[in-house]
Write a protein that binds this ligand. Structure first.
Ligand SMILES: Cc1cc2nc3c(=O)[nH]c(=O)nc-3n(C[C@H](O)[C@H](O)[C@H](O)COP(=O)(O)OP(=O)(O)OC[C@H]3O[C@@H](n4cnc5c(N)ncnc54)[C@H](O)[C@@H]3O)c2cc1C
Ligand SMILES: NC(=O)c1ccc[n+]([C@@H]2O[C@H](COP(=O)([O-])OP(=O)(O)OC[C@H]3O[C@@H](n4cnc5c(N)ncnc54)[C@H](O)[C@@H]3O)[C@@H](O)[C@H]2O)c1
Length: 498
């Protein structure tokens, strides 16, 4: 059978790439190892399971409500792994049906089996029952990634496990040594700490989550420590030994020994390219088995494009989807690839989200900026719902007042970050936020509070604050009537503080 496009992999990047090409009127096939795996790592072992389990933990432990009803409040005592997995099969089953339905109604042929190149225009798809050969003008590699599993680590799936296996462990351990404090290690580490598991996180780097704003990371570390997590940063692991079924000993190069019931290995991921016979198509990979490609998703073979985790950074479900769509329009419409600011969302407890530059980056680039902060404990919505722990931080240019970065920690951070993302996409200023009316009570109001805080700081720097705000209002094309209200608020607040 001949196709305009064969997509390998049904994760977010493959699905969206296949659908985009089908919408352009192309004949498209998509290949997945087996039909059960439709949806990819995202649906079966990555994003969706980890977030479903997180939600179950927050719900069953009554985490958010403890502030109101006291530390001993919980919805269920003696939570088991099966309680956490209860919702998972339902969520995964539904999502899988939605994906299959979307592919089918766009007339995309779905093949079950492991795909491997015969040459750059021919692919063999084999499962235990049969093997078929497909020919294609173009192939889109969307095969994703898998956990990096060093060979000297004694993985057994129950005492020493990776992020695929953590979903099937039989019972919640009393303690867990997390090796690798990247996004996966920290998300799962904090989740299990919220369940009362004693967590130690070991990482080779001195600073964790280095791409996030350091104030936000400090805030997260404070909360993590208050949940009993111990951090061992700047440490190398010498060995991991399984002393018995419920006892692991991790030895560090610094001679420290950490003893725990279990060890969770999360030291990064590698491209899922082992069985693709990429050499037959002339496609090159790097040392982590990721496909090498340029910014237009073109690989070293002119007929083969690659998207999603298999090409590495940023390796998110959100970016993977967009890469799939953009690759399809690059292949068939020769469109230039362009992406705006990428929002990051970390589903830690509390959650973290960011868009744009961090304070460290602006300082290094010598960009004159000011900060506006809103603390969630001051928001009515936060009082109503619980989850006071958090803040929103706006970074804006001192002269143009354009928003340069937004950093948030706390409940709904991953949702409300998109407000900042949109303002930045339209080159918006902090004045817009100070003047806009937000629904009350909402967490989104934190933008307005932070904007006022930012304007106050800017004001504190000039002699004639009132005059400056009026001048700036006309300069920045803001309704001048709205600005004095800010000033009145500012004066009152300043008076009450002094
Ligand atoms: C624990 C965890 C939590 C995560 N949380 C988040 C999050 O909160 N937010 C976020 O944005 N991202 C998150 N991610 C990342 C996200 O899951 C990935 O970025 C996303 O799944 C990548 O999508 P993809 O389309 O590249 O491939 P994948 O989802 O990896 O799918 C690839 C598919 O290709 C198939 N395949 C591979 N080789 C072949 C072959 N030879 N033949 C046939 N089929 C093949 C595989 O079976 C798989 O189904 C998380 C990842 C993990 C591991
Ligand atoms: N919310 C989200 O968006 C989300 C959630 C989970 C995963 N993800 C995606 O999954 C990807 C993979 O996550 P990850 O956490 O596995 O990888 P990662 O690359 O983010 O982190 C790996 C960590 O392991 C450490 N490390 C490596 N080797 C080590 C060793 N020998 N000893 C001690 N520490 C070591 C590194 O310093 C690093 O901090 C992420 O890059 C991200 O794109 C995203």
């Amino acid at each position: 059978m001949h196709y305009d496009l064969v997509v390998i992999g049904t994760g977010p990047s493959g699905q969206k790439g296949a659908i985009a090409a089908a919408k352009m009127g192309k004949k498209v096939a998509i290949v997945e190892r087996n039909r059960k795996a439709v949806g990819g790592v995202c649906l079966h072992t990555g994003t969706v399971p980890s977030k479903t389990i997180r939600e179950a933990i927050l719900f069953l432990t009554g985490y958010r409500q403890k502030e109101v009803y006291g530390e001993r409040y919980s919805r269920k005592r003696h939570i088991q792994m099966d309680d956490l997995r209860k919702k998972l099969s339902e969520v995964v089953g539904r999502e899988r049906r939605v994906i299959l339905d979307q592919l089918e109604r766009n007339f995309i042929d779905i093949y079950d089996g492991e795909a491997a190149f015969v040459n750059e225009n021919e692919i063999e798809v084999a499962n235990k029952d049969r093997s078929v050969r497909l020919t294609a003008d173009y192939t889109l590699l969307a095969t994703g990634s898998k956990p990096h599993r060093p060979t000297h680590i004694p993985f057994d799936g129950e005492t020493v496990f990776d992020s695929d296996e953590i979903l099937t462990i039989e019972r919640i351990p009393r303690s867990m040594i997390v090796i690798g404090g990247g996004v996966i290690g920290i998300e799962y580490g904090i989740m299990f700490a919220a369940l009362g598991v004693k967590i130690t996180i070991v990482d080779g780097q001195d600073t964790l989550l280095g791409f996030c704003d350091s104030e936000i990371v400090d805030h997260l570390m404070f909360t993590a420590r208050s949940l009993g997590i111990t951090f061992r940063t700047g440490e190398s692991v010498r060995s991991v030994k399984q002393a018995s079924r419920n006892r692991v000993i991790v030895e560090l190069e610094s001679q420290k020994k950490i003893v725990g019931e279990t060890a969770f290995f999360s030291v990064g991921r590698k491209g899922d390219t082992e069985f693709l016979n990429l050499a037959a198509a002339g496609v090159e990979v790097d040392k982590r088995e990721r496909v090498k490609c340029n910014e237009n998703y073109e690989t070293s073979s002119p007929c083969v494009f690659a998207v999603g985790d298999v090409i590495g950074f940023p390796a998110l479900a959100s970016t993977s989807m967009e890469q799939g769509r953009q690759a399809a329009s690059r292949i068939f419409e020769r469109k230039k690839v362009s992406t705006g600011e990428i929002p990051y969302g970390l589903f830690t407890i509390p959650e973290i989200a960011m868009v744009g530059k961090t304070e460290q980056e602006l300082t290094a680039e010598k960009i004159p900026f000011e900060i506006g902060v809103s603390r969630f404990e001051e928001l009515a919505k936060s009082q109503i719902c619980g989850g006071h722990d958090g803040l929103l931080k706006l970074l804006f240019h001192r002269e143009s007042r354009k928003l340069l970065g937004v950093h948030c920690i706390g409940d709904t951070a991953t949702e409300i970050i998109h407000i900042g993302q949109t303002i930045m996409a339209f080159d918006g200023t902090i004045d817009y936020l100070a003047n806009a009316i937000f629904n009350h009570p909402t967490m989104a109001e934190s933008y307005k509070v932070a904007a006022f805080d930012g304007l106050n700081r800017l004001c504190a720097d000039v002699d004639d604050c009132l005059g400056t705000l009026f001048e700036d209002a006309s300069e920045h094309d803001v309704d001048p009537v709205a600005i004095p209200a800010t000033v009145v608020d500012t004066t009152l607040e300043t008076t009450s503080v002094s």
